[in-house]
Design a protein around this ligand. Structure first.
Ligand SMILES: [Zn+2]
Length: 437
């Protein structure tokens, strides 16, 4: 094993330029997620995949390519071997928009190499990580090392807008025992991340003319033939949001994970719409007439849960909370709020790979051996494609290079860390896939 590793590390050192040049090439192909910014010439995920296939084909990977959305293909590449020791290296090819181009000191799609860094949108998130996965596989092939387990490389679209590329890949059954998602982790090893669901709550009121609102404020018991007052869904929603804040706080205090910061189980009310009449899209139909008592208010929650939590339990707990809240009000008892989970299919299962799992331990040991900076073992506060693999029973970790400007301006990846990442990933592949003697 250590002899095979020596040969692989020598192959990486012999062509350090490979991972650098490949990262530059990938950054130079703009692949902004079209869900954020659709513009001629900017949404070239397919061209990034062409460039990746060009690298993988000579390495004798079997390549499958399929579109998740029109002209937005995933690439799944397999080097055959046993399932028992199979491993996926995964990265996404889409990037977030550049933002204010004037805030950048260099061309955001120039891939310039300067001050030991490669600059441009996607350099660290995560074309550098994708290049490191490919360079690691290339070094293993060039060193003539034969793996026992299947090695797969997945390059996927649409991570930045929900991970629908990775969802497509796992739903088609492209799985393995283990996976490394090479998102930027600054050389740390990340075996845990929480789950996330977008959850819609619809609160119902009763429509009436706002002219009769005085009936709600000061009931006119003695007026014969008075109109029945309405019930204002927007006002019910304000009470709901106040109660939700207490429920959120109690969850944040109660649920903890050793690798996660305290208080991570947040429930963010992200959008709210109030108006009159139920529209076909499930939101208020009339949003331009304030002279009506609102009878529909919809709130979309960014609902986070902890790595160790089961989604079925999370749902049951929230549904019980909403039920109790509604049962305290006579109108809402009869007209309970509606809860819809996974709005627009936005759902990330949690990743909870044990700290002592061989994959976490192997990556940690190799990072300790091969990196200048000692790695930490920690959890991740946001969500990645690791979720979608974990949800299908793959054991993943997240591990990748260092850089800056992630989702901001002046994004870059550090060249030294790219080379280190390539080495650590290659060494971990040897450990987990095993080497034929
Ligand atoms: Zn990313």
């Amino acid at each position: 094993m250590e002899k095979a590793l020596e040969a692989v590390l020598a192959a990486i050192d012999a062509e350090k330029d490979h991972v650098v040049a490949l990262t530059q090439d990938l950054v130079r192909i703009p692949s902004v997620n079209p869900k954020f910014q659709a513009e001629q010439g900017l949404n070239r995920e397919a061209d990034v995949q062409d460039r990746i296939e060009e690298e993988l084909r000579p390495m004798e990977f079997g390549i499958e390519r399929f579109e998740t959305f029109e002209n937005r293909p995933n690439v799944v590449a397999d080097l055959p071997g046993s399932e028992e020791k199979s491993m996926i290296l995964c990265g996404h090819v889409d990037v977030v928009p550049v933002g204010d181009a004037n805030a950048w000191a260099r061309d955001p799609f120039g891939g310039q190499l300067d001050s030991g860094k490669i600059w441009g949108r996607g350099a660290v998130d995560m074309k550098g990580g994708v290049a490191a996965c490919i360079s690691a596989a290339r070094a293993i092939r060039r060193a003539g090392v034969e793996l026992e387990g299947r090695l797969s490389i997945h390059t996927v679209v649409d991570e930045e807008a929900g991970g629908f590329g990775a969802i497509d890949v796992v739903n088609r059954g492209h799985l393995a025992k283990h996976a490394i998602i090479a998102e930027p982790t600054w050389g740390d090893v990340i075996p845990a991340e929480g789950g996330l669901d977008w959850t819609k709550v619809t609160i119902f009121g009763k429509q009436s003319h706002a002219g009769w609102r005085y009936n709600m404020i000061w009931p006119q018991h003695d007026t014969p033939g008075r109109l029945e007052p309405g019930v204002n869904a927007i006002e019910l929603a304000t009470r709901f949001i106040a109660a939700l804040r207490d429920f959120e706080a109690s969850r944040c205090r109660r649920t903890n994970h050793p690798l996660m910061p305290a208080g991570l189980a947040t429930i963010n009310p992200g959008t709210i719409m109030g108006g009159a009449g139920m529209g076909e899209d499930g939101n208020p139909a009339i949003m331009t007439n304030a002279a009506m008592t609102s009878d529909v208010c919809t709130i979309v929650l960014d609902y986070k849960f902890m790595p160790q939590e089961d989604f079925a339990d999370v749902k049951a707990e929230f549904e019980a909370f909403v039920h109790h809240f509604a049962s305290m009000d006579p109108w809402m008892r009869e007209n309970p709020p509606k809860i819809e989970w996974s709005l627009w299919d936005l759902h990330f299962p949690p990743m909870n790979t044990p700290e002592d799992h061989p994959l976490a331990q192997a990556t940690l040991a190799r990072a300790t051996q091969l990196q200048a900076k000692p790695p930490l073992l920690k959890g991740f506060e946001a969500v990645t494609d690791a979720a979608h693999y974990a949800g299908k029973g793959v054991v993943p970790i997240i591990y990748g290079p260092s850089g800056d400007g992630f989702h901001g301006d002046n994004e870059c990846v550090e060249v030294d860390s790219l080379v280190e990442t390539t080495k650590v990933i290659a060494a971990t592949v040897l450990d987990m896939c095993g080497v034929k003697s």
